[in-house]
Design a protein around this ligand. Structure first.
Ligand SMILES: Cc1cc2nc3c(=O)[nH]c(=O)nc-3n(C[C@H](O)[C@H](O)[C@H](O)COP(=O)(O)OP(=O)(O)OC[C@H]3O[C@@H](n4cnc5c(N)ncnc54)[C@H](O)[C@@H]3O)c2cc1C
Length: 431
């Protein structure tokens, strides 16, 4: 039975529990007795639920379907390797500093799940609540942040409006004497921070697998088979797989998968780049975002500065970007923190973003009775990973949206109920 919330499922296979004691015990046997973190099963002919996309969102959905709803005859189909999409390519900023009703409670729910995720999964996702600070460079920007901060507090979300001296105490390394972009203050969410992207995917994969979910890698979905307004299964590079319900969680490929089901979705795919520098001694203790251009930065535990900026500005499915954006991002970064100007850039890479017309995600039902959609994350979906999986699992299990994702439905684009957080209108590349 698919509907309803069942008691938490019990672990269905033997899995080593990670602990200090287990580490010591395994040290005595040369670390040869650890069980693999997940199995590598052959696909079955049919599943109650098939999730396409083995990124954080697809894996979290499968994990919560099994754990909270008792639905364990589930497969996650991934065309490459688990976490190899945007989950493994992002700059890992986690926050819930949203203004609008459709977004704020949802992202705060997700942040609360982050706070207990390592313990829940028995896997250290290295969630670090180091604080996320958005800089303001004008009076009007301070006003806008005061409004956002007040809205957050009304929604029960932590926020602190800092003046210039407050910012200086928090981040002394910034350029306070810059004549073009003077710092007027900033909005700080102390509970925000970063997490380790790979660990999130691996921890969720291990958790889902231990509850009986089949994680099938190197399995590309090439078609969606329909009978009338129902999906009956998916064509894959490993043969046809039948399903009772189908969930899509394929980020930048959402438009393509939607088209396979006969749906034209309000999503454009764009490329977004990220950058990492050589390792430095501790310099940036927080996540900082520039307010006069698109730039954000944090420092990884290995010491690399991790930063990014704007989209490349054209539609693309290529997981790589172009030089003009590198120049722009680096020059903004140096305006904000001149002390990094001599730092060597180590790597940069790109991911394919599923940009919606209002900049907010889509999690819910579709015009097809048993097809569910999770996409349109733009470049902010990593922070949503546990919350997204939680509400998507609830929606699939109960065949209706949870109140947390009710306003993030697909039908809002037909009905004109936009959740336009940035106020840019139907211009996906500007959100
Ligand atoms: C450079 C960059 C920086 C970012 N920074 C942040 C940030 O700081 N904070 C934040 O919150 N978000 C950020 N994001 C966004 C975030 O990474 C994504 O929104 C989020 O990871 C999406 O997760 P997902 O599981 O939906 O997608 P993915 O991790 O991309 O997973 C989707 C999976 O679907 C698979 N797939 C696609 N098509 C098929 C098919 N036909 N068959 C089978 N499998 C298929 C893909 O291979 C992929 O593994 C950033 C993204 C990028 C690229």
């Amino acid at each position: 039975m698919l509907a309803g919330v069942a008691p938490p499922a019990r672990t269905s296979r033997r899995m080593s529990r990670y602990s200090a004691l287990a580490l010591v015990r395994n040290a005595f046997s040369g670390h040869k007795d650890w069980t693999p973190a997940w199995r590598d099963p052959a696909p079955k002919q049919r599943y109650d639920v098939v999730i396409v996309g083995g990124g954080g969102h697809g894996l979290a959905t499968a994990y919560y379907l099994a754990k909270l709803h008792g639905i364990t005859n589930v497969a996650v189909l991934e065309k490459g390797w688990l976490g190899g999409g945007n989950t493994g390519r992002n700059t890992t900023i986690v926050r819930s500093n949203y203004l609008l009703d459709g977004n704020a409670p949802f992202y705060e729910h997700s942040l609360k799940l982050w706070e207990g995720l390592s313990a829940d999964l028995n896997y250290n996702v290295m969630f670090s609540q180091r604080g996320v600070l958005n800089l303001a460079h004008s009076d009007s920007q301070v006003d806008a942040y005061a409004r956002r901060g007040n809205a957050m507090r009304l929604n029960g979300i932590d926020s602190d409006l800092l003046d210039r001296e407050g910012v200086r105490r928090f981040c002394p390394e910034l350029a306070f004497d810059d004549a073009r972009f003077p710092i007027y203050g900033g909005l700080l969410q102390r509970r925000g921070g970063t997490a380790r992207h790979d660990a999130v995917a691996w921890g969720l994969a291990r958790g889902a697998d231990s509850l009986g979910v089949d994680l099938i890698q190197n399995c590309e979905v090439t078609g969606i088979r329909r009978e009338g307004d129902r999906v009956v299964g998916v064509e894959t590079s490993r043969g046809f797989i039948a399903c009772g319900k189908l969930g899509l969680a394929v980020a930048g490929n959402t438009g393509r998968l939607g088209a396979m089901a006969g749906l034209r979705l309000p999503i454009e795919s764009h490329v977004l780049q990220a950058f990492v520098s050589e390792g430095l001694k501790p310099l940036v203790d927080h996540v900082i975002t520039f307010g006069a251009g698109h730039f954000y930065i944090s420092q990884s535990d290995k010491g690399g500065l991790v930063f990014g900026g704007d989209l490349d500005g054209y539609n693309s499915y290529a997981q790589r970007g172009n030089l003009p954006v590198i120049e722009e991002v680096v020059s903004i970064g140096i305006s904000m923190m001149p002390c990094i100007s001599r730092t060597r850039l180590l790597r940069h890479w790109g991911g394919v973003m599923d940009m919606t017309m209002d900049g907010s995600p889509i999690i819910g039902k579709t015009p097809l009775a048993n097809l569910y959609l999770n996409g349109g994350w733009c470049y902010g979906g990593f922070k949503a990973t546990p919350g997204s999986g939680w509400v998507f699992a609830w929606t699939i299990a109960n065949d209706r949206p949870h109140e947390l994702n009710a306003k993030l439905d697909l039908d809002r684009f037909r009905a004109g109920r936009m959740v336009d957080e940035s106020g840019h209108g139907p211009q996906p590349n500007l959100h």
